[in-house]
Design a protein around this ligand. Sequence first.
Ligand SMILES: *[C@@H]1O[C@H](CO)[C@@H](O)[C@H](O)[C@H]1NC(C)=O
Ligand SMILES: *[C@@H]1O[C@H](CO)[C@@H](O)[C@H](O)[C@H]1NC(C)=O
Ligand SMILES: *[C@@H]1O[C@H](CO)[C@@H](O)[C@H](O)[C@H]1NC(C)=O
Ligand SMILES: *[C@@H]1O[C@H](CO)[C@@H](O)[C@H](O)[C@H]1NC(C)=O
Ligand SMILES: *[C@@H]1O[C@H](CO)[C@@H](O)[C@H](O)[C@H]1NC(C)=O
Ligand SMILES: *[C@@H]1O[C@H](CO)[C@@H](O)[C@H](O)[C@H]1NC(C)=O
Length: 523
Amino acid sequence: MATTISPTCFICIPMIILSSLYPITTLCATVLEDLKNLHKPQDFNTTIFNNCLKNPSLRYCNSSPMIDLDDIFKHTIVASHLCNESNNPNCVESFPKIDLRNRPNIASLYLSFTFFWKYCPLSILSIDFSNNSVKGSFPNDVLYCTQIQSLDLSLNEFSGEIPIENFSPLTNLTFLNLSYNCFSESEVPDSQFFKKFNSSSFLHSGALIDHKKFTIKAIILLVGFPILVILMVIFLAWLCFQRPDFLPRIFHSRFKFTPAILKAATYGFSKENLVGKSDIVHIYKGVLRDGTEVKIEMYWDDISRDSYHKFVEECKILSELDHKNLVKFLGWCKGRKFRAIITEWTKDENVEMWLLREAPSWNHRVKVLMGVVECMLYLHDEWPEVDYDLKTSSVLLSDNHEPLISRFQVGDRNNIRKKICKFGVFLLEMILNKSIKEEFDGNDAGFLSYMRTLHHAELQHMIDERMDLNETTLHQVKQALSLGLMCIDQSNNEHPSLAQIFNIVSKAYKANLVKGHKRVQFR
Ligand SMILES: *[C@@H]1O[C@H](CO)[C@@H](O)[C@H](O)[C@H]1NC(C)=O
Ligand SMILES: *[C@@H]1O[C@H](CO)[C@@H](O)[C@H](O)[C@H]1NC(C)=O
Ligand SMILES: *[C@@H]1O[C@H](CO)[C@@H](O)[C@H](O)[C@H]1NC(C)=O
Ligand SMILES: *[C@@H]1O[C@H](CO)[C@@H](O)[C@H](O)[C@H]1NC(C)=O
Ligand SMILES: *[C@@H]1O[C@H](CO)[C@@H](O)[C@H](O)[C@H]1NC(C)=O
Ligand SMILES: *[C@@H]1O[C@H](CO)[C@@H](O)[C@H](O)[C@H]1NC(C)=O
């Protein structure tokens, strides 16, 4: 039995063997079970031998060094299963097509049967593995079937290189579809073989058949990437030099502002933000990126490089000052034609206006004096090189009536005498009638020399009566008056030290605190 074979049909051999040895129902079992359970018949070598005599081109006939009968037998099992899977009309007579399109569950299984592909039946002309989402590298085994005319591997997830050179034995291939895979990007060579196929064979496969496109892509990559890098570097440099406030803190100095930052903070130096103006100074109100309101003083003086360095050194010192009675210095900036200093934004109210409008009580005045003296002491102890202005018009008031010294600069170290004299004037202005100072209209020297001519008794008549003093507070005011006079006295070299001033003022301050406290308690 099973020995009459048509020499042109290789598949008949295994089919005949199988169908004759086992009932047809065994083929319904899965291919894996069949591979495990079926065993080759005793005379299988004879059958193969006879077949090869009749058709030496059969692939297993040329296998060297020795024919592996087990593999060939397994091959026949898989072949019969595949033939049936492909709904080939007559598997015994012909096996023209492997059709595993839309069979994701079994496609990879069949691809894994190397022993089948090694002896790929010569009758197969078309292989379709499309739309199975098969993963892995290109199924090289399929290319053992060199006689095929059509190969469709589209709509899978094959990756890695397409083995271009392995295609050349497939001389009869007229249809190829590798579209929709994940092959690594490469150019399909412009060879005689691949000229037969156009881009629709390689859609979204990774491979590029359009040489122009490939070249353009390569150029874009080669030229575009460096350009992109350069642009990014330029952008980062721009950020660093123009808008460091967009960078994290660690990448820029907190105190160094750029013209671009100031421009953004003031809406392009808009008129609405300009709050004061003279020939050389423009004062703007601005809002920084973090929401801080700032005062920007821009000086339109073209200073030399040396002066600029000095300016920066001074700004660095000022940026380290930190006292509750000192307007916060936030930083500096150098533009092409200007330099600017940036400080915290404060209310407009100054001590002069406050005295005039609100006629504050002695209590409140002492609190302001206390703040000023504390700040003087802080600067004297820690920053003796910082000079400041103590005019009632330049000392501002915060919301809770804390004085804020708003004009300060790096100056002469050894002018403590001048500072104390200034404090004296400030103190006298805090105590005396406004009209007296007004007569001198900002002429401090005149005011000073006039004061020095007055006697104590005369001065007592000039005490601001709006303070509504009682016996105790009048005593304190008189003490303060004497202190003020001592501070402005330049007839000898003696002047009260800051520590003495601090003692007197803080005593009055504390006495008022206690009194105020008691009053509240008794109420
Ligand atoms: C071949 O497949 C069909 C379904 O397509 C099935 O009914 C038939 O039993 C199979 N034949 C063999 C021999 O397995
Ligand atoms: C086939 O194998 C058997 C034993 O396995 C051996 O006796 C016989 O000679 C072989 N026939 C051919 C044609 O090789
Ligand atoms: C691919 O298979 C899916 C189901 O697995 C089906 O919905 C879809 O229509 C198929 N696509 C093609 C092009 O055959
Ligand atoms: C291509 O087809 C021709 C004619 O059918 C055949 O002679 C030749 O062997 C085939 N080539 C391959 C590689 O199978
Ligand atoms: C590609 O070639 C096929 C015939 O092989 C043709 O039908 C199709 O229009 C071509 N596509 C392009 C984009 O040239
Ligand atoms: C290859 O398959 C894709 C997806 O099914 C299809 O769009 C494309 O037209 C096919 N290419 C050819 C040459 O048939």
